[in-house]
Design a protein. Structure first.
Lengths: 554, 695
């Protein structure tokens, strides 16, 4: 019998346990968080890195957060490089894209070194969207911000717990800077509980199998991830592919992707300068988009780690929208990242018809509604992404009403809970029957949701993209439909919004959220007649559409 | 007067219909056990039940208590063999069933397929009317559109109607009115409203639950009425009880109306059995593990109580969001790891076990029915853990050539010996099960070292000791009749109903009266329901649980509330218990205000459960049961010469030491070196783990 330390079964068991640990950290966070965007929307992620900050495994959650935690740990290590800077029981936090935070200030990453003796064998880390971290607007996101200083409290990879004891001054600063101090405190503690739980499990694993074996298991897991990626990379079409696309705000984004046997190179250098508005991304953020599309193309079914992403090369230009430099604001970074993710997808789709479907609604459709709950008198804040339609593939219709490509095992808020918690009415939540997405295979439907406001002096902030240019189609299918908000005032006014910050809301106003249908594939006239008849029976299309677009005669 | 009481449990599975019968002598209190097995007889399942009674030599006339477990509901769901359902819901929400929760668990997969709703859009219809979350009427229900909807349903061949309105958990009047009108307009149709099944919030989950109950109701009702008629024709004088997912039994009438509560009844009886066994042997903290052919299921029992939750989904895994069923189901974790789970090597030379299973046909390679893939059972055989000359209790001649061929394919891909590959399969399978057991224990703040591991099902006793060592449990218990333990659990069940009601209340002075009223209402409802079935209120016992959280949180922590009227003076104690429970589970506590989100009331009545009698220890030594010795490979501990005992000849009081293997027709118990076993007065085998693990 081989010794336990180089036995492949032992390594396999350790790797399985790493994934189970990341899952457990996720479960802890989900059950204890105070913000609905964490516990319901699950706008969060957990992960484990090795001692140097290389991603060993990701938990569940949202794909856009998978490749984020390693970047934070690397910055924490770099900024705490002196002996004694990092001790057992310490916990660190960062939320700043200029300090390993990758996204925007709302997302606090909490990371904990895992010690065996005086050696750091791993880090457990956790990222989650916090409801309010200060800044110029409730919820901290404002379309009017021109500098990151206006977007909330900046935590530049700092220590928040020292040798197991919370650093009270730091905790006080955190709390006092939030408009929702109890919620922020609860969420940060949920994150701490999550990384502590993970750390405990990893110590048990390392004790059981030995530190060397533990480290070898992590390294071999990463090598395994690289092997999978390289093998799949070989099956992709080779060459250089380029694409340019106009955005809703008039900017033109360009991408060039070069694929060879060993590298997947994404060149984003030829793009506009960074914006004064909060529609910029960090280089790390764009890297995550490249990682997501690469993972979906190569090995969508297994867990991601550092090795999975080794073949990616990313080229960006400092000072551009995709590598913004301080103090550019980042609030709506996710829409910028989604645009570049969708751009890469669209660039490659015609060349990889079996792997990539037509475009989806492709916006987080982040919706922020706040005010006073008329029954409890307490402040409420809704922060939610929306469901929308996905594009048709070569083998079938797109899904209706699921979250965009940035979200994963994310749940929408039930109307019954929404009404109780937030004190407004959800008058309807149904599929969007606007035209769009017709084809041999059709795009899935977006949604229409009516929020009826029950008190005066609340606010609405939204930032939707794909509002002017809807989901793209392929092979003669029809484009999808746009994402937008229709604001129906009680006074009879009707306004259309894609971006609005701090709009004042009144009793009985209706905020109608409308998300797009996905793009279609192929000529609608080629659609299976039985499917057209079924769509008609289900009221998914009108008789006119059946006749005029699908050429359907009963 | 009869000299004995006869209790029978019958269990209809996909392949076999099982019977377990206890005949208890009223004078001595001793019970005689009979078991029998026949083929399941679809579609006339009641025939199988009558057959198995006949095979067991049991006269239905003499049976005093019969409890029946069946997979009819879960089968109808997974095989999509229910009826056509029409859904009537609140205006603006017909698409709720299709929108679902919008999640995409398989998140890097851009070809994810959202599960298809059980009711197509054209059969999802709306009525105006609105209740608020506080149960007030915002807009009256308008039934004017109903006749036209029902006409459409009739024309489309709808056989069952589900009604689910927004906030009906807070006020049921609109749903009741709609159901009454439907029954008036269409008396023959099967109809069910969401409040009849659950009083908890979340409209999609409640609608899904109601639709799935409607979907299986006509099928299940037909099944149950034919069962009752068949039994009655043979002279059975009582009404059978039906096993439920909440570990209780319920009356046939009640289950016929709302059959969805049977959905997970199979595993429930085993876990209930483990809890009852724990009480019997003085082990209130039990980790229960049931290993079958295709899956392993586990659950944690604390203070002799199983945990019941309403967060149950079918067909949900890493690649699909599944369908929610919000009924009381025993809290369990299930993984695709059983005796028939297939071992396979991926393109990168990594070994996996399951979730694909060889099933009953062809089964493990060693069954000799043409199976070519190595399973956990093949590995157990190869390593000498299962006796190749006593395979499946001697009913099957083990095809060792087929097992060798299957295992050598795995070994070649891994580049190791067959022995090494077989050990690897056992270790990976054990690791999968250890992770599942950690999910129900460590993951919820419980330390497995404080628990006793109870293992049952065909495979449980084979892996139990290894798992127990890995988890560091106090000891491992293999119950008598481990392979039919679920049926024993049925016999120990009470008539039980779990009531979950969503009701928000801040836990502060003045709140007690409102909280007490919710419990009292639910208790009145329980008394009325039980009373209608002839169970007197005085026989009922209640257990009250509150679901609490810190204000602004979503997920709740369930806390037992001691009996007695809830007063403001008691709220402090209740809150303190919540803080303690919360901290144990999540490592910290907060000073934030606490709120109640709802209640969980358990109402139960004993309806003739079995009382076990302890036998006196035998004076003989376990030597009398010793069949011989053989080499057994214990994987991590290597090969050892093991004593082989005949389980049927082990008597109370006998003791033995590992390395050993206990064999009886249904079970093989693998006892690792350094552990010690003893038989208790009920025939259960207790295995103490000594010495810790060797690496």
């Amino acid at each position: 019998m081989t010794t336990a330390s180089d036995d492949p079964i032992t390594l396999e068991i350790i790797q399985n346990s790493l994934q189970a640990t990341a899952d457990e950290m996720f479960a802890v966070m989900k059950k204890t968080a105070m913000s609905s965007i964490i516990y319901e929307v699950l706008d969060m992620g957990t992960g484990i890195t090795d001692g140097e900050g290389a991603l060993a495994t990701s938990g569940a959650g949202i794909p856009a957060f998978v490749g984020m935690l390693d970047k934070a740990v690397k910055v924490i290590l770099q900024r705490h490089g002196q002996p004694g800077d990092i001790e057992p029981g310490d916990v660190f936090a960062t939320n700043d894209p200029y300090y390993g935070g990758v996204t925007h200030l709302n997302d606090i990453i909490v990371a904990m070194p895992v010690f065996v003796g005086d050696r750091i064998i791993a880090w457990t880390a956790n990222i989650a969207h916090n409801s309010d971290v200060g800044g110029m607007a409730p919820g901290s996101l404002s379309g009017n911000a021109t500098e990151i200083f206006q977007e909330g409290l900046r935590l530049p990879a700092i220590k928040i717990i020292s040798r197991g004891e919370p650093i009270r001054s730091v905790m006080d600063i955190l709390k006092v800077n939030s408009r929702m101090p109890d919620v922020l405190e609860g969420d940060v503690w949920a994150a701490i509980a999550s990384v502590r739980t993970g750390a405990k499990r990893l110590v048990e694993l390392a004790d059981k199998y030995g530190v060397e074996t533990f480290a070898r298991a992590m390294a071999s897991f990463m090598d395994f991830g690289e092997q999978v990626s390289l093998r799949e990379l070989k099956t992709l079409p080779k060459g250089s592919f380029a694409f340019s696309e106009e955005q809703d705000d008039g900017r033109i984004f360009n991408v060039k992707i070069t694929i060879d046997d060993t590298a997947f190179t994404v060149d984003l250098r030829d793009n506009p300068d960074q914006s004064r508005n909060p529609v910029n991304s960090s280089r790390d953020g764009v890297m995550i988009c490249a990682q997501m599309i690469f993972k979906s193309l190569t090995d969508p079914y297994s867990a991601a780690n550092e090795g999975s992403f080794r073949p990616i090369r990313l080229l960006t230009r400092p000072g551009s929208v995709f590598e913004a430099i301080e103090p550019a604001p980042h609030g709506f970074y996710y829409e910028v990242e989604l645009r570049v993710y969708d751009l890469m997808w669209r660039c490659l789709a015609p060349h990889m018809p079996d792997r990539l479907a037509a475009g989806h609604f492709a916006s987080v459709c982040g919706t922020f509604i706040g005010g006073i709950h008329p029954d409890t008198g307490r402040q409420y804040t809704i922060i939610e992404p929306q469901l929308g339609g996905w594009g048709a593939s070569r083998t079938g219709d797109g899904n209706s009403a699921i979250f965009c490509g940035f979200h994963g095992d994310t749940f929408n808020c039930p109307a019954e809970i929404n009404e109780a918690r937030n004190g407004l009415y959800v008058d309807r939540m149904e599929l969007n029957m606007e035209p769009g997405g017709e084809g041999k295979f059709r795009g899935g439907r977006g949604i229409v949701m009516d929020y009826r406001v029950r008190a005066d002096n609340g606010f609405l902030t939204v930032g939707y993209t794909r509002s002017k240019f809807p989901a793209w189609s392929l092979d003669g299918g029809h484009e999808g439909s746009p994402n937008y908000v229709r604001y129906l005032g009680k006074d009879g006014t009707s306004e259309h919004y894609a971006f609005v910050t701090g709009l004042t809301t009144h009793t009985d106003d209706i905020i109608r959220v409308i998300t797009g249908n996905g793009g279609g594939i192929g000529d609608p006239k080629e659609r299976d007649r039985a499917l057209v008849a079924e769509d008609l029976k289900n009221g998914m299309i009108t008789p006119e559409t059946a006749r005029d677009v699908y050429g359907y005669v009963r | 007067m009869a000299a004995s009481t006869i209790r029978v449990a019958t269990d209809v599975g996909g392949t076999f219909t099982d019977l377990v019968c206890f005949e208890t002598d009223l004078v001595t209190g001793e019970s005689r056990l009979t078991t029998a097995k026949v083929d399941t007889t679809p579609p006339d399942f009641e025939l199988g039940v009558l057959n198995v009674l006949a095979k067991g030599g049991i006269d239905p006339k003499a049976v005093d208590f019969l409890v029946h477990g069946t997979t009819v509901v879960i089968n109808a769901l997974t095989e999509r063999k229910g009826v056509k359902v029409g859904l009537i819901t609140t205006e603006g929400f017909r698409d709720s069933l299709e929108i679902a929760r919008g999640n995409r668990p398989d998140f890097f997969n851009l070809h994810y397929q959202k599960p298809k709703p059980f009711v197509p859009r054209y059969l999802r219809r709306e009525l105006p009317g609105r209740i608020t979350y506080r149960g007030a009427e915002l807009r009256p229900l308008e039934l004017g559109g109903l006749p036209a909807i029902l006409d459409d349903f009739r024309a489309e061949g709808v056989a069952a109607i589900a009604v689910c309105f927004l906030h009906s958990y807070a006020d049921t009047s609109h749903e009741k009115a709609a159901v009454e009108e439907i029954q008036r307009l269409w008396p023959d149709v099967s109809v069910v409203a969401s409040h009849q099944i659950t009083r908890e919030w979340r409209e999609y989950e409640r609608a899904s639950t109601t639709v799935l109950s409607a979907y299986v109701q006509p099928t299940a009702e037909r099944y149950l009425s034919r069962l009752a008629a068949g039994l009655s024709a043979k002279g059975f004088r009582h009404s059978p009880y039906i096993m439920q997912s909440n570990c209780g039994v319920d009356s046939l009438e009640s289950v016929s109306r709302i059959p969805i509560t049977m959905v997970e009844s199979g595993p429930a009886s085993g876990f209930w059995g483990a809890a009852e066994l724990g009480k019997l042997i003085g082990e209130p903290r039990v980790l229960a593990l049931d290993i079958g052919g295709t899956t392993a299921k586990c659950s944690l029992i604390e203070n002799g109580e199983v945990k019941i939750k309403t967060d149950y989904w079918i067909e949900r895994d890493r690649t699909s969001s599944g369908y929610p069923i919000m009924v009381p189901v025993v809290d369990l974790v299930e993984i695709g790891n059983g005796g028939g789970s297939i071992a396979w090597v991926d393109d990168f030379g990594k070994l996996h076990v399951g979730p694909k299973s060889a099933g009953a046909m062809p089964g493990p390679a060693a069954y000799g029915r043409g199976g070519t893939e190595a399973t956990t059972t093949d590995a157990n055989l190869w390593l000498g853990r299962i006796n190749k000359d006593y395979f499946c209790g001697g009913e099957i001649v083990a095809d060792m050539e087929a097992a060798e061929a299957a295992l050598s394919r795995v070994a070649n891909k891994l580049g190791v010996s067959i022995d090494e590959a077989a050990r690897g399969i056992i270790r990976i399978a054990n690791n999968n099960m250890v992770n599942a057991l950690k999910l129900v224990s460590l993951n919820r703040g419980y330390d497995p070292r404080d628990f006793t591991l109870v293992v049952f099902g065909g495979g449980g006793p084979m892996h139990g000791v290894a798992l127990g060592k890995e988890l560091g449990v106090k000891k491992v218990v293999v119950p008598a009749g481990a392979s039919v333990f679920s049926a024993w659990g049925m016999m120990m069940s009470d008539l039980r109903r779990d009531y979950f009601v969503t009701r928000l209340a801040d836990l502060r002075s003045g709140a007690a009266a409102g909280i007490e009223a919710v419990f009292a209402d639910a208790e009145d409802q329980a008394r009325a329901q039980f009373g209608a079935e002839g169970v007197d209120g005085s026989r009922l016992s209640f257990k009250r649980y509150g679901k609490f959280r810190y204000q602004n949180q979503e997920h709740t922590t369930e806390v037992l509330i001691e009996s007695g009227t809830i007063t403001d003076a008691r709220l402090g104690d209740i809150e303190a218990t919540f803080h303690d429970t919360y901290e144990r589970e999540y490592t910290y506590r907060l000073g934030a205000p606490v709120e109640m989100v709802g209640i969980h009331l358990v109402a139960s009545a004993e309806v003739g459960k079995l009382t076990m009698k302890e036998r006196a220890p035998s004076t003989a030594s376990s030597e009398v049961a010793l069949k011989g010795h053989r080499d057994v490979d214990y994987a991590l501990e290597g090969v050892d010469r093991a004593a082989i005992y005949d389980g049927t000849r082990l008597e109370p009081g006998m003791a033995f030491s590992g390395p050993a293997v206990i064999e009886d027709p249904g079970t093989t118990i693998v006892v690792h070196p350094g552990s010690r076993g003893a038989v208790d007065g009920y025939g259960n085998i207790h295995i103490e783990l000594i010495g810790g693990d060797r690496k």
